[in-house]
Design a protein around this ligand. Structure first.
Ligand SMILES: [Zn+2]
Length: 304
């Protein structure tokens, strides 16, 4: 009886050893001088009061990773996760939210060389294509999820923040197929077997934008109401994309529902870097954050 077990565990160790991540290196950085586009928008010391900033770096399998960790030194709270470095309004909203609600931001830093700042995919790879930071929550690569979630203590959920391109590609949609063809699937007007929309009835701000949505992720064996905060957000007339998960696609939302983590994911339309447009997108994300915390995580208190 022992022999197959031993052989199996030896194989497991060999496989695990092949992709074992190195120990993450954590270095304190000064947000006022660090060279990064997200920080360059925030050089006023008042914005960083009470926050501690570290750079986390590690290598796992073919990917070299860098992440910013921005912690509220006084108060624990949600984990604010910004996986896509080109989605600047997500970083902006997280920076307001970590001051308002406490907790820790983890923002993936995919800029790895001068002129390469603020890009979506991690190109710091030993071989193969660039890696989508929101498709790397892979059980074969446990170090990545661990590096992100090691910073999560609560109270409150994990909250991921994204922007997305206007509209969607109706080719694969089962509804609104006559809509103009743009990119992607993130819109309250897209639907298929995985993404089942519950659209805002009033379409009041911020849901006057079809790309401003909250995700509510549930396991295929259950119902949408099983998703964390889903009933409350539908009740509050959010645009809710109900995401049905059968097997993981490697995203944080799929990882969270498969591991029983409380998780929210907010999206708004990408509106670029012009300051008023960026602030507008940030504020749409913050509107959803404020409402969802009040509805579903009242233990998380806003700073007075
Ligand atoms: Zn994103």
């Amino acid at each position: 009886m022992m022999r197959p077990l031993l052989a199996a565990s030896a194989l497991w160790l060999a496989l695990a050893g092949a992709s074992a991540p190195d120990t993450p290196r954590i270095e304190r950085v000064d947000p006022l001088t660090v060279q990064d586009d997200d920080f360059a928008r925030h050089r006023d010391p008042a914005e960083w009061k009470g926050l501690r900033v570290d750079r986390i770096s590690f290598t796992e399998e073919r990917g070299h990773w860098r992440m910013w960790r921005i912690a509220n030194r006084a108060r624990s709270g949600p984990l604010w996760f910004v996986p896509h470095d080109n989605e600047n309004a997500g970083f902006e909203a997280a920076l307001v939210a970590v001051r308002r609600y406490g907790g820790v931001i983890v923002a993936v830093d995919s800029g790895v060389s001068p002129g390469d700042d603020g890009i979506r995919f991690n190109r710091a790879v030993e071989y193969g294509p660039p890696i989508d930071p929101n498709r790397n929550f892979d059980s074969a690569l446990p170090g990545y999820a661990r590096a992100v979630l090691a910073n999560y203590r609560g109270p409150g959920p994990v909250i991921a923040l994204h922007t997305n391109s206007p509209g969607f590609d109706p080719t694969d949609s089962k509804c609104n197929r006559d809509d103009p063809k743009t990119n992607g699937v993130i819109s309250i007007r897209f639907c298929d077997d995985t993404l089942i929309p519950s659209a805002s009835q009033s379409r009041a701000y911020p849901f006057d934008d079809d790309d401003t949505v909250a995700f509510a992720t549930f396991l295929a064996k259950g119902t949408p109401s099983d998703a964390y905060c889903r009933d409350q957000m539908v009740g509050a007339d959010f645009n809710v994309v109900q995401e049905r998960v059968l097997t993981s696609d490697g995203s944080a939302s799929n990882y969270a529902v498969l591991h029983g983590l409380r998780y929210l994911n907010f999206e708004t339309q990408e509106r670029g870097l012009e300051p008023a447009a960026l602030a507008g997108a940030r504020d749409r994300l913050l509107w959803m954050i404020d409402r969802a915390i009040a509805l579903c995580a009242p233990e998380v208190k806003a700073a007075r």
